[in-house]
Design a binder for this molecule. Structure first.
Ligand SMILES: *Cc1c(COP(=O)(O)O)cnc(C)c1O
Length: 344
């Protein structure tokens, strides 16, 4: 039996809250390209989520959200600073470089997937001549690709450092719900209140079928963004079905609930693994667990049908929990692991 439960948080289906809202949106005719009532309602729900006036646009994918958001902040001769394991660098096939027509991605180090503020300082102050691509944006992933979370003071320091040098701050919030749940804070505390200018807000990994939101807290930066979306093929004509999912997710509180749920399952999984003597590589602060399986154990688990990936640069196998991960899923995995370990 093929089992994709822990391979990613996008192997799960659509959550019932989003599905129900999409079914409701499926009645009759409605204006296209976002001029419908669902899109208006979703926009209001996102403003309520962030407790501020903001402009937002929906894209089909997170790659498009990140690439277009960064493109809106940069000229081709600029550079964008991100962590060396950032999705923007490792998993977007050069999307940010493509949509910016040449903005260079500069890599910053930092433990457990979090950008070290000293790295930003080092990069920004390394050169100021016109032969070097001018640093313009700092992009931070929250929660990170390694399943860790920037604390409020950490974000405060990073944003302050960026602003000091005139950088804009973008947040890849593909898993912002998990970060909020982890810290027990509202989205505003991790974004505009700290100085984030633009956020790619994730919904898919939290239960949507598709449709991430690019949220501009500085409305001036949103100027003409709709043209960017359209040109990039990211303006959905039947927008109401993306918007309805968001309405379902936000108005029922599911966005927060599933963030907590996925984190909780990851914590349980991590403690079960540790109890079996399996090393866990990064602090488990969100919905990812990086396990140090021996090659033999990994193979044996794959042979039992469990899909998961060995992840770049981290030395661990990544196990993701999602809105749909059940306690039974966790215990089935652990039972199989015990069997594998017993056979030695
Ligand atoms: C999944 C993910 C995205 C979005 O990826 P798409 O496959 O393009 O939707 C963006 N950032 C991070 C950190 C992710 O994990």
């Amino acid at each position: 039996m093929e089992r994709y439960h822990f391979a990613s948080d996008n192997t799960a289906g659509v959550c019932p809250e989003a599905w129900d809202a999409m079914a409701k949106a499926n009645g009759g005719f409605a204006p296209s390209y976002g001029d419908d009532a669902w899109t208006k309602e979703a926009a209001d729900a996102i403003r309520a989520l962030f407790e501020t006036e903001c402009e937002m646009f929906f894209t089909f994918t997170g790659t498009a959200a990140n690439s277009l958001a960064i493109a809106s902040l940069c000229q081709s001769y600029h550079s964008v600073i991100c962590h060396e394991y950032a999705h923007v660098e490792t998993d977007e096939c050069g999307g940010p470089e493509f949509f910016t027509h040449g903005t260079k991605v500069l890599l910053a180090g930092g433990a457990h997937g979090k950008v070290d503020p000293r790295e930003v300082e080092r990069i920004v102050t390394s050169r100021d001549d016109l032969h070097f691509p001018k640093p313009r944006v700092l992009t931070l992933t929250q929660s990170t690709e390694l399943g860790t979370v920037y604390t409020v003071p950490e974000l405060e320091a990073l944003c302050a450092g960026a602003k000091k040098h005139g950088l804009k701050v973008h947040m890849d919030g593909a898993r912002l719900a998990n970060a909020c749940a982890s810290l027990g804070v509202r989205p505003a505390e991790l974004t505009w209140k700290r100085g984030v200018d633009v956020c790619s807000l994730g919904g898919v990994k939290n239960g949507l079928a598709m449709g991430e939101a690019v949220v501009f807290f500085d409305k001036d930066l949103a100027a003409e963004f709709e043209f960017r979306c359209k040109q990039a093929g990211q303006l959905a004509s039947k927008m109401r079905f993306i918007a309805a999912g968001w309405v379902g997710l936000l108005k029922t509180g599911a966005w927060q609930k599933y963030g907590q749920h996925a984190n909780h399952q990851a914590k349980t999984l991590a403690s079960e693994l540790k109890a079996l003597g399996i090393g866990v590589v990064n602090p488990v602060e969100a919905n990812a667990v990086f396990a140090r399986f021996t090659p033999e154990v990994k193979e044996a688990l794959h042979a039992k049908g469990w899909h998961f990936y060995g992840f770049i640069g981290t030395g661990g196998c990544r196990l993701m929990c999602s809105w749909a991960t059940t306690s039974v899923d966790v215990s089935s995995f652990v039972t199989d692991l015990k069997e594998v370990l017993a056979k030695g």
